[in-house]
Design a protein around this ligand. Structure first.
Ligand SMILES: [Zn+2]
Length: 295
């Protein structure tokens, strides 16, 4: 069996680290992710969750700077590539036909499972498109420690707090496509290990306003110390996610899955005068990506 056929037959773990900046990934300690492959600097096709995921679910992952996704030392030009895309002679790991990558796997007998994440994945809202792409989707609701959006501590509503049960569910199937949207790196950046303090709550309340305005800040924005504190929180949120993903990887390692982990988009902290995402600044477009095989 050659490598391409081998890749196409593998189970899949696909994780999006919502809003995680590339610079955050550079600064973080991520042994689990580093065990998958090298950290790559890539550019996302979308500036916020919905278009970024629609693109990715159609095979358009963030593109590494050199256009290469190295898997098992082979320089693939795409991990998944839709049959409805322009014809190409590029080296593609898993060509597919069908509406989405998940449809392709489901049609061939894989179980497609999703978990997470930010509110675009709330499958109790019939207006949300993204969870409908999966045979089963697990959205963990806010458990009453604050409004669904706003500064709050988070544990149970983070999908990766349920890493063990998500991974064990995959083991019930011969082959699986597991997708997780990791919300820990999304504002408010809180995790079971990084809680709100009065100071963080104050900065986050102002940051939410700056995000909502989606315009150059007109009043006093954040100080450099306050921005550093927020970036430290995102780094800690990524490191927590890395630990939790380590549990997922350990449980599913025997299946030797293909793994792709990336951000859907980044986050601006005033570099171009704005805060948040959903606008085309390089801090939003540039994201981290890891891909490879679990061994
Ligand atoms: Zn997002």
């Amino acid at each position: 069996m050659n490598s391409r056929q081998d890749l196409a037959e593998r189970s899949v773990i696909f994780v999006t680290l919502d809003s995680c900046r590339f610079t955050t990934a550079v600064s973080a300690r991520t042994p689990s992710l580093d065990s998958v492959g090298p950290l790559l600097r890539a550019e996302s096709a979308g500036t916020y969750t919905l278009p970024a995921h629609v693109a990715m679910f159609n095979g358009f992952l963030p593109r590494p700077d050199d256009g290469v996704y190295p898997i098992d030392d082979i320089p693939y030009r795409a991990v998944w590539r839709s049959g409805s895309a322009r014809p190409t002679t590029d080296l593609v790991a898993v060509p597919f036909t069908g509406r989405t990558v998940m449809d392709h796997y489901a049609a061939r007998g894989w179980r497609t499972l999703g978990a997470g994440g930010v509110t675009f994945f709330d499958n109790t809202d019939p207006g949300n498109l993204l969870p409908s792409f999966f045979q089963e989707f697990h959205y963990f609701p806010n458990t009453g420690n604050g409004s669904p959006s706003g500064p709050r501590d988070r544990t149970a509503e983070l999908a990766l707090s349920h890493a063990h049960e998500i991974a064990r569910r995959c083991l019930e199937f011969d082959r699986f496509f597991l997708f997780i949207n990791c919300a820990s790196t999304h504002i408010p950046y809180t995790t079971p290990t990084v809680r709100l303090t009065p100071g963080r709550r104050d900065v986050l309340e102002r940051l939410y306003v700056l995000h909502r305005e989606k315009a150059a800040a007109t009043g006093p924005a954040l100080t450099s110390d306050e921005i550093s504190e927020m970036l430290d929180m995102q780094r800690s949120a990524l490191e927590w996610a890395d630990t939790q993903l380590g549990h997922v990887f350990d449980t599913l390692r025997d299946r030797a899955p293909l793994v792709v982990v990336c951000a859907d988009h980044g986050e601006e902290f005033g570099e171009g005068g704005r805060y948040g995402h959903a606008h085309p600044h390089s801090t939003v477009a540039v994201v981290p990506l890891w891909c490879g095989l679990l061994r």
